[in-house]
Design a protein around this ligand. Structure first.
Ligand SMILES: *Cc1c(COP(=O)(O)O)cnc(C)c1O
Length: 230
């Protein structure tokens, strides 16, 4: 038994309200249901309730879940990688995910670029704007510096930025982080106009409404949909 249906209604309502406050419609904001640690059966149920995109943070977990969900649904769902990607898992990730949201270094971007053949892989650059040196993600100045090298890599289809607000942020601190990432995106768009930087993946269960108010084009929501993780 889950409250999946009620939770989804609540999340969709919150998205619509926040989108309206930012002068947009709910359809301008993509919901990515983060299904890490959740069984394939529950993911399939969410897909049958209209969720189109799912987020996973581990390639290994996705390797069994993606085909299982496909079997249960009888069709393909769209999968986003939202967690740290080890370079030795790049090949598997490219095969499983429609977009890699967590490209957090030039080294990783190079590794992806070298392992793609005959197409380009949609990616977001993960950015971190807090003070914790152990958190993954490009620092804003680093991304501005490295953007020319990153954009010169073949086979990468850069779509924009992803961020996770600093751990333990208040709503105001999260808002400041999202605003900074939005500003960084605008700077990148101005400096590198041949790339379409339109996607901003910002906001999780705690802060997705604030993220939408600050311009998120997609939100990554896990617990508010599926309940607390074990
Ligand atoms: C787990 C996770 C989420 C979802 O977090 P919830 O608190 O469950 O909504 C979003 N983004 C990333 C990168 C995650 O690892």
């Amino acid at each position: 038994m889950t409250n999946l249906h009620a939770n989804l209604e609540m999340v969709r309502g919150t998205i619509a309200d926040a989108a309206a406050r930012s002068g947009r419609s709910a359809s301008d904001v993509m919901l990515v249901a983060v299904s890490k640690t959740r069984p394939a059966e529950l993911v399939a149920e969410a897909a049958n309730l209209g969720v189109e995109a799912f987020g996973e943070n581990r390639v290994q977990e996705a390797e069994s879940k993606v085909p299982r969900v496909r079997e249960l649904l009888g069709r393909h769902a769209t999968w986003h990688l939202v967690g740290t990607l080890q370079r030795n898992k790049v090949k598997g990730a490219i095969d499983l995910f429609a977009i890699l949201e967590s490209v957090d270094s030039l080294r990783l971007a190079k590794a992806i670029s070298q392992r793609v053949f005959g197409r380009s892989v949609p990616i977001l650059f993960e950015v971190y704007v807090g003070g914790d040196p152990s958190r993954p993600g490009f620092r804003p100045t680093q991304l501005l510096e490295q953007a020319p090298s990153l954009l010169a890599l073949p086979n990468l289809d850069v779509r924009g930025l992803m961020t996770v607000a600093p751990l333990g942020s208040s709503a105001d601190q999260a808002r400041a982080a999202f605003r900074a990432v939005h500003q960084l995106r605008d700077d990148l768009q101005e400096r590198h106009p041949d790339t379409n930087w339109s996607q901003l993946s910002m906001g999780m269960s705690e802060d997705y409404a604030v993220a939408i108010e600050e311009g998120a084009t997609s939100v990554r929501v896990g617990r508010a949909i599926f309940g607390e993780r074990a």
